[in-house]
Design a protein around this ligand. Structure first.
Ligand code: UT7
Length: 323
């Protein structure tokens, strides 16, 4: 018998305000047709004035706990993936902990930009299999609308706000590839590519800054690195692409999602796609897609899922889990 980290609940939150592509046509030299054809995005949600990452994360966490039939006091740890924490410190995770009324356990943020949720799942898995925690809330939450340069058409039309969460619980398992739970992970980064995607503010500048991206360069790295990390994680689990029921990719661009599936020789029928409705929500995109995919009836108990993501750093990785 070995210990596995099993998803026992999932949930998400999207802010009320939905902004269609056409909303950018007045202020920028862009069109709905360009945004759709180059990215697959049709609309995105933006947080309300004063609505923060920790607010959205709290909603998603409550939904995941309700789905699992658990109480906040049952949780040992909160791992929150975000690059848009409310404040420089303390962590948004500790704010969620307080919002949930938790008076025990520990909470911290993980910052790996769009790969954040994959990093958070790998770290939560390590906490569980090493016996340091039995129940971990893993959240991805972002308000990228707060770091957009609204005059830069090459970035501001691509991103959105939202949050998703899963509850991971320790369960004794046979130790085979048929087990439920996280079966393998693969994490990578290469700081030599830090200029391809970054925010030009922070403690060093005493400003919040704006997102800057060389989109076509990131695009080139994405398909290759995503297929490779997914295949590495699958091989580590003793599995191959044929075993996959659902790829649940980071939702940045439909052409990256299609290119990765093609490289893995998997049909788009086995890919959960939400980019048209959410835009790129960075670390929130995978848990949002897991929750929406479950609600749509796509993801079912026993399904083999591969999540993969790449973003600023560059940082990238994959998680293989059985739902
Ligand atoms: O989540 C983190 C990781 N991020 C990503 O995965 C994003 C990766 N990159 C992408 O998704 C794509 O590169 C973009 C959607 C950002 C851009 O698509 P592209 O096919 O790579 O276009 P491009 O950057 O090569 O630009 C093509 C043209 C340029 O014009 P010229 O130089 O050919 O005259 C841009 O100025 O499209 C122009 N352009 C726009 N035109 C209308 C850029 N943004 C816009 C816009 N509307 N919003």
């Amino acid at each position: 018998m070995i210990c596995r980290a099993v998803v026992t609940g999932v949930g998400h939150y999207l802010p009320e305000r939905i902004v269609p592509n056409s909303a950018f046509e007045d202020s920028l030299e862009t069109t709905d047709a360009w945004i759709r054809s180059r990215s697959g995005i049709e609309r995105r949600h933006f947080a309300a004035e004063g609505e923060t990452t920790s607010d959205m994360a709290t909603h998603a966490a409550r939904a995941a706990l309700a789905d699992a039939g658990r109480d906040p006091q049952d949780v040992d740890a909160i791992v929150l993936a975000t690059s848009t924490a409310d404040l420089t410190f303390p962590s948004a995770a500790t704010m969620v902990q307080a919002n949930l009324g938790m008076t025990r356990g520990f909470a911290f943020d993980i910052q790996a930009v769009c790969a954040g949720f994959v990093y958070a799942m790998a770290n939560a898995n390590a906490l569980i299999v090493s016996g340091q925690a039995r129940r971990v809330l893993v959240i991805g939450a972002e308000t990228f609308s707060k770091i957009m340069d609204w005059t830069d058409r090459s970035t501001c039309v691509l991103f959105g706000d939202g949050a998703g969460a899963v509850l991971l619980e320790a369960q004794d398992s046979a130790g085979t590839k048929d087990d439920r739970g996280i079966l393998a992970t693969d994490l990578n980064s290469d700081g030599n590519f830090r200029d391809l995607l970054y925010v030009d503010g922070g403690v060093a500048t005493r400003t919040t800054g704006y997102l800057r991206m060389q989109g076509n360069q990131v695009f080139r790295h994405a398909v290759e690195k995503l297929a490779e990390t997914a295949e590495t994680a699958l091989a580590r689990a003793g599995l191959g692409a044929d075993d996959v029921d659902w790829i649940v990719p980071h939702q940045a661009n439909i052409r990256i999602i299609q290119g990765t599936a093609r490289k893995m020789k998997l049909p788009m029928e086995r890919v959960v796609v939400t980019v048209q409705d959410h835009g790129n929500t960075s670390a929130a995109s995978i848990p949002l897609a897991l929750s929406v995919g479950r609600d749509r009836g796509q993801i079912r108990p026993g399904d083999l899922i591969v999540t993969e993501a790449i973003g600023g750093g560059l940082a990238w990785g994959a998680v293989v889990l059985r739902w």
